[in-house]
Design a protein. Structure first.
Lengths: 296, 314
């Protein structure tokens, strides 16, 4: 212990006190832990409150003062959400959109990133810059004309506007994967070409398997993006049975006298999938975020 | 292709193998190219043209010249209100996001036992979907049953009617957004971990205190990350929509004090179906964001420290 603490914080004299540097170090550590715990308490409170409310009966939901710990645990709430609103439908709808978007992004992003990263052709750097510049343009300029385009196509109140664009690849994800592919040694491609591989063969057999960590990021970002999206479903979907989870929750808030316990149960269920995904992909996610942070 | 003057010539000079590679290249990037034309460039041009028309989606657009822009700038109180709301919010939220983000990252960067658990806890709120996050805060900020006012009450403070009173809507929304600051703290953390330990050791030997280390080492070396995050935050903050829609309401809440610019575009475009007017509003915002971004990018050389500069100074 003494060895590790000497390693992490250097010994310090505290002039004017009778503390030894060792005692001072313990106090300092204690203060840091106290701060960490205080901040954690504040940041976790809303999640705790979501859970606590989700388990309350209607009476204890509206108790004054609020019950910090629910007097009875009403697990039935998680069933009632599915009965009172088509929450199961919302979940399935969202899941369908998530899958379609992931398939679309994986298809387009890998192909385009490979083209930008490994093939040489005139206009490549210009087009790549053009792609990067689209990242600087806020998406809302295209919101109105896209809506018009999709309504001309008769796509309003269908899922098409919510997943077809994914099959053209998101610029940000293409950029991310392209950067990753650039780091794969070119000797691998050359060796494969000598062995008679085609371009698609190199893409499919060499680059794609080696890009797996970047593709995990594509899946995670797409999942979270689609799961959380609110504005687009709000604009394009009209029939409640087609709603996504996010849109359904807001609809649920708006309709009747808000049943906060049920609404929190729904919110909790909406929060779980991205939260679980975050726990599973934590390592790749943090790594990917630091790549993104560095390149900027 | 006008930007590539030698294009035709290059084509003639190309070997068949290079030509094949070119076809392959364009084939591989074609999904993006198609998407760019259909879902990006086309709509942008269309929205520019539409901003000079009056159109409620049924019938044909009517060309009205600069009428939309004229009305927006001279005779639209809701435009003024939404600009005020969005700017006020940005002015408070952006600095707070940077300060809290760095503060949280500094905490997450302590080398203490169990710090991984704290990192996870701090990051967690940023994973909560925006709608769920806004909803739980609406509930917590409830004037009668909300837990926030209960806590304030036990400290002897009479809590306000947060989302029900015009003066408290923006502070509420800032609080909601700051709850998710762990997302940017993680990026600051990555920046902090790239700062070489030797720098702090050298400063230690020179007798620097904690504040001096923060001021002279951490902040300058973190400035590229701060800059990157600030630009992203800037572009994002003007597009605030979901939390405002959920917490303040679709029309902007009492006295429209939560009428964010995007909410106003949504109301004009997708509730009143005034496509031309909404396009003009969107273009004004885009030009504004571009100008602000360019100013911030230009300013970067005065306050952002890049490793390469050091070589130049030597």
């Amino acid at each position: 212990m003494a060895e590790t603490s000497a390693h992490t914080t250097s010994p310090r004299r505290w002039p004017g006190t009778r503390l030894t540097s060792r005692q001072a170090e313990w106090i300092e550590k204690g203060l840091w832990y106290a701060t960490l715990l205080a901040v954690a308490a504040v940041l976790i409170l809303p999640l705790y409150w979501m859970l606590a409310t989700a388990l309350k009966t209607p009476q204890s939901t509206f108790a004054i003062p609020p019950e910090w710990v629910p007097s009875t645990l009403e697990w039935q709430n998680f069933v009632r959400v599915f009965e009172e609103v088509p929450f199961g439908r919302f979940l399935l709808n969202t899941l369908l959109l998530v899958v379609l978007n992931i398939v679309g992004e994986l298809f387009a992003v890998t192909l385009v990133a490979y083209g930008f990263a490994r093939l040489r052709f005139p206009g490549r750097s210009f087009l790549f810059l053009l792609m990067l510049s689209t990242l600087m343009i806020p998406y809302h300029v295209t919101l109105v004309p896209r809506f018009i385009l999709f309504s001309e196509l008769g796509w309003i109140n269908t899922y098409l506007p919510l997943f077809v664009p994914a099959f053209t690849g998101s610029s940000f994800l293409i950029f991310l994967v392209r950067q990753y592919m650039m780091s794969i040694p070119f000797e691998l491609d050359e060796a494969a070409y000598i062995d008679g591989a085609s371009r698609f063969g190199v893409f499919w057999r060499i680059i794609l398997p080696l890009s797996r960590p970047a593709l995990v990021l594509v899946v995670v970002f797409t999942f979270v993006g689609v799961w959380n999206d609110f504005l687009q479903p709000l604009i394009y979907l009209n029939s409640p049975e087609m709603f996504t989870v996010s849109l359904g929750l807001s609809f649920f808030q708006g309709t009747r006298e808000t049943n906060w316990n049920l609404l929190m149960a729904g919110s909790l269920m909406a929060t779980l999938p991205p939260l679980l995904l975050f726990f599973f992909a934590q390592r790749q996610l943090i790594g990917g975020i630091s790549i993104e942070g560095l390149k900027g | 292709m006008a930007r590539q003057p030698g294009f035709i010539q290059t084509w003639r000079e190309m070997s068949p193998a290079r030509r094949r590679e070119m076809f392959a290249g364009y084939a591989f990037i074609s999904p993006w190219l198609i998407g760019f034309i259909v879902f990006f460039a086309g709509p942008i041009i269309a929205s520019f043209l539409l901003s000079f028309t009056r159109w409620n989606i049924v019938g044909d657009p009517v060309w009205v010249g600069l009428d939309n822009y004229n009305t927006i700038f001279t005779n639209d109180p809701r435009f003024i209100k939404s600009v005020q709301v969005t700017l006020t919010y940005s002015l408070f939220y952006l600095p707070l996001e940077v300060i809290c983000g760095i503060g949280l990252a500094l905490l997450m960067n302590r080398k203490l036992r169990g710090i991984g658990v704290f990192r996870t806890l701090f990051y967690m709120p940023s994973v909560v979907p925006q709608v769920a996050a806004a909803l739980v805060w609406v509930w917590m900020l409830n004037a009668r049953y909300g837990v926030v006012n209960t806590l304030l009450g036990s400290a002897g403070i009479d809590g306000p009617n947060w989302l029900g009173s015009p003066g408290y809507i923006l502070p509420s929304l800032i609080m909601i957004a700051l709850w998710g600051v762990g997302g940017s703290a993680v990026i600051y953390l990555a920046g902090l971990q790239n700062i070489p330990e030797v720098m702090y050791e050298a400063a230690q030997i020179d007798g620097a205190n904690a504040f001096q280390k923060l001021r002279r080492i951490t902040l300058p070396l973190l400035s590229p990350t701060i800059f990157f995050q600030f630009v992203l935050g800037l572009i994002g903050v003007f597009q605030t929509f979901t939390p405002a829609y959920i917490a303040a309401g679709a029309t902007g809440g009492p006295l429209q004090s939560g009428l964010f610019y995007m909410l106003y575009i949504y109301n004009r475009g997708f509730v009143s179906m005034r496509m031309g007017y909404a396009s003009a509003l969107a273009w004004i915002l885009t030009v504004f964001i571009l100008i602000v971004t360019v100013i911030v990018l230009r300013s970067s050389r005065y306050w952002v420290y890049y490793e390469t500069d050091r070589d130049r100074n030597k």
